[in-house]
Ligand binder design. Structure first.
Ligand SMILES: [Zn+2]
Length: 419
């Protein structure tokens, strides 16, 4: 009788310790945000750091074994396979079925089976991952009876980083550095306004990326978070971007100076003009025939500066007394081209291959080629086809100022990019 009592008290003490351990673990997991804090003060944290905090609490009490649910398995089959005694299987499943339909158990789900650390054959319960947010825990209560609850899973968020040199493609090179396909695709999208992935990226270009990962309590990455910063470095150009939330709550990516990484093409690449002919079918003023006008004409006096409507590389500088006359074609990233026709002259130093930035003067309005008076003919191509410049849907970029700019500059100086 006495020995039974003491073993019962022992169990009670064990349960209290278990609860204490669980509370400590929950605290650790829910306080993981401090790692982000560490990161911004200059050090990037890794998974090892967390494990070293968690393990000393867990190991002396539980022996946990992770198993995957195979196709066609019930929770009972799985437990019996793991040598859990039949009585415990029946009792624990009865508890489970009160909160979770065992038929909803999905193949591939993770189940963590817990045994007593000292008596490693003593089954204490298990946890099933139901979905990203929830798990169901089955364990013995203070009366030594199996009970079950659905619990909200908690994740720790860590900051990861990766960098490398590009061999064939950014995609392949980043993948080989262990960065997930998902994160790389996001990165490519963020750079699509600034970088032409077909032409700009050459062997030897470098990349670095700082991003968030969500870890479950086992330290497995369960979800990727945001890209916080990145940099691409080419022979002649370094393109960093930073994620920033402005005072009005909008999230965007900006270059080091606080200019949005999303750049629209200018709708009007000359000042003080009026539209004398828009895109579409019209009677050609020279031939007199009806034809499609593949651009927009801006009537404005000779000599007015013409601006590059977006960042890009000059594809052609053409001098002709026919067609578009003296004109420039600029290639922009990812399939866009712009054409500036009937110029009186190029700006100084224009040549094919020159990189130009949005708003840079590339030439001056004239009336060369087939033209009836001074105007700029502005054409845009997308994937080789002329499209209406007004139909291009690139959202306008934003430039940070005031308090936003101050906060942004601080963020830039706090993120340690190494290339
Ligand atoms: Zn025209």
């Amino acid at each position: 009788m006495n020995s039974m009592n003491s073993s019962f008290n022992g169990k009670k003490a064990f349960i209290y310790i278990t609860i204490l351990v669980v509370v400590i673990i929950i605290n650790i997991i829910s306080n993981k945000k401090y790692i982000i804090g560490n990161f911004f003060s200059g050090s990037i944290s890794h998974i090892e750091l967390e494990d070293s905090h968690v393990k000393p609490f867990i190991e002396p009490k539980f022996l946990n074994r992770d198993v995957q649910v195979l196709s066609g398995y019930s929770i009972d089959t799985l437990l019996l396979k793991e040598n859990v005694d039949e009585k415990s299987v029946v009792e624990s499943s009865r508890a489970l079925s009160l909160v979770f339909d065992p038929r909803d158990l999905k193949a591939g789900s993770n189940v963590t089976i817990s045994y007593d650390w000292l008596n490693q054959t003593e089954f204490l319960g298990y946890e099933i991952d139901i979905n990203f947010d929830q798990s169901v825990i089955v364990h013995k209560n203070s009366e030594n009876i199996f009970v079950a609850h659905i619990v909200k899973k908690s994740y720790s968020k860590i900051v990861n980083s990766g960098s490398g040199t590009i061999e064939n493609s950014l995609y392949q090179s980043a993948l080989s550095k262990g960065i997930s396909a998902n994160v790389i695709m996001n990165l490519i999208q963020l750079y699509s306004f600034d970088v032409d992935f077909q032409r700009d990226i050459k062997k030897g270009s470098k990349f670095e990326i700082v991003y968030e990962d969500y870890l479950d309590k086992r330290g497995n990455v369960v979800k990727h978070g945001n890209i916080l910063a990145a940099v691409l470095k080419f022979e002649d150009r370094r393109v960093p971007i930073y994620r920033f939330t402005t005072n009005d709550g909008k999230v965007d990516y900006y270059d080091e100076s606080g200019k949005s990484a999303r750049k629209a093409l200018l709708k009007t690449p000359v000042n003080g003009a009026y539209i004398s002919s828009s895109f579409g079918m019209r009677k050609n003023p020279i031939s007199g025939f009806n034809s499609v006008h593949r651009g927009i004409d801006f009537a404005v006096k000779t000599g007015t500066p013409i601006y590059a409507s977006g960042d890009g590389v000059i594809k052609n500088t053409i001098v002709s007394d026919r067609g578009y006359g003296i004109h420039i074609i600029i290639r922009h990233p990812n399939g866009y081209e712009t054409l500036y026709g009937h110029m009186s002259a190029f700006a100084k130093g224009m040549y094919p291959g020159l990189r130009v930035t949005q708003g840079q003067v590339i030439g001056y309005v004239g009336s060369t080629g087939f033209s009836t008076g001074p105007h700029l003919h502005y054409g845009t191509k997308y994937n080789g086809k002329f499209v209406n410049p007004n139909s291009i849907k690139i959202p306008p970029g934003r430039i940070l100022s005031g308090d936003d700019l101050v906060a942004f500059k601080k963020l830039v100086s706090d993120i340690p990019l190494s290339i």
